[in-house]
Design a protein around this ligand. Sequence first.
Ligand code: SF4
Length: 482
Amino acid sequence: MTIKTGDDYLASIKSLGLEAHVMGEKTDHLPEHGLVKPSQQAVALTFDGAHDPETCELFCVESDLCNDTINRFTHLHRSTDDLVNKVKMQRFCGIKTACCFQRCVGLDAANAIFSTTFECDQRHNTAYHQRFKDYWKWVQTEDLVVDGAMTDPKGDRGKRPKDQIDPDLYLRVKERRNGGVVINGAKLHQTGMLNSHEILVMPTMAMRPGEETWAICCAIPTNTKGVRYIYGRQVSDTRKLEASGLDVGNPVYGGQEVMTVFEDVFVPAERIFMDGEIDFSGILVERFASYHRQSYGGCKVGVGDALIGATALIASMNGVGGASHIRDKIVEMIHLNETLYSCGIACSATGEQTPAGNYQVNLLLANVCKLNVTRFPYELARLATDVAGGLLGTMPSAADLADEVAGPYIKKYLAASPDGDVVDRIKVLRLIENLVAGAGSVGYLIESMHGAGPPMAQRIMIGRQANLEGKIARVKDLLGVN
Ligand code: SF4
């Protein structure tokens, strides 16, 4: 059994020696970097969960592929129970970290590629499926973190890949060589990329005839020659670099997004899982997106739990925890959050087996789940801001709190309920600030809107999956209308 601990993981990532541009500097000391470390801690939790007696049953699962016990974050779902347990695990990680813990993208990519390669082989007589199985067996055995890389820059949105001024605006096969291909392009918004051992590259959308060169799916190690990383900024991220951890809001964990550039990167044939089969590019995108839309019914709910807990806590610290209008707002937050969870569970419980043997979520309900996620966290954030009060946006800094002149005034005038300590009150307010307007809002709000596709993408899928014709036919039948 190879189930790493968080410390094993941190050591293995460090050993990769990855380099990145972070805030204008090229650094190869990523694990020690103040902006990066919180995001690695969040990923490490996905490993420690497999060793925690309270959660190991949820995190550990038997794999048919390597005939061993593995971490569920590398699992190919074998049942609807597996799909449900994935969402439960993500909710747990969400409340523990109060941020994006980054490891789900590779899991969702793997399940989508597993079923897509199987069907592609049947239609095109290709040999991708066994290749992918061999690759993923290794990922499971080594307990790796894999970045699922889908989003291309896309350039002029009104033009197809082949009509762009620069063909690299969609990642493509630039050259064919003996034993493999050379790829060029970029992937944007890459969650947890620098905390990953491997990259699974996927096409960004359904390709059409003439666009075969952009229909590429393959895997490379993150420390492959020719791959460059440029670290994404987050709101108030430099607070993570301050000596006092108080103003950062989330003292331990954080998210990570990275612009990733592929410059003449060679990919050997044994790591290619699609190469020009345009009829499967859209299927792969649709499946991956649906798995990740399911994921949000777990992770965002967990972060929502943290926000609800902080909101209830600040209400009681403010001395209004028992006020009926406050309790009603907290109940509203719970209602919204549990509605998201219901969607995550529903699309899992009604999933189906694919011809390849793994389980796929219910596409309609996964898209309903994500469409709700584009709205409800914003309402949760609004309610949390309402309950917390204006101090959320005006609090003096930790440096002033430590100042011998300003500090005593802050302690005197920010005191509220006699049961609550002033510094504790500031900590809770800073966590809420982090989630509704700070670094955490990137994961909790902006990612909720655009991660796994913007609302319009879900509306299109809902329109396609809803069987509107069937509903019309039923009504005609009921009314005897031709
Ligand atoms: Fe996982 Fe959620 Fe982050 Fe996606 S946004 S990687 S589902 S925690």
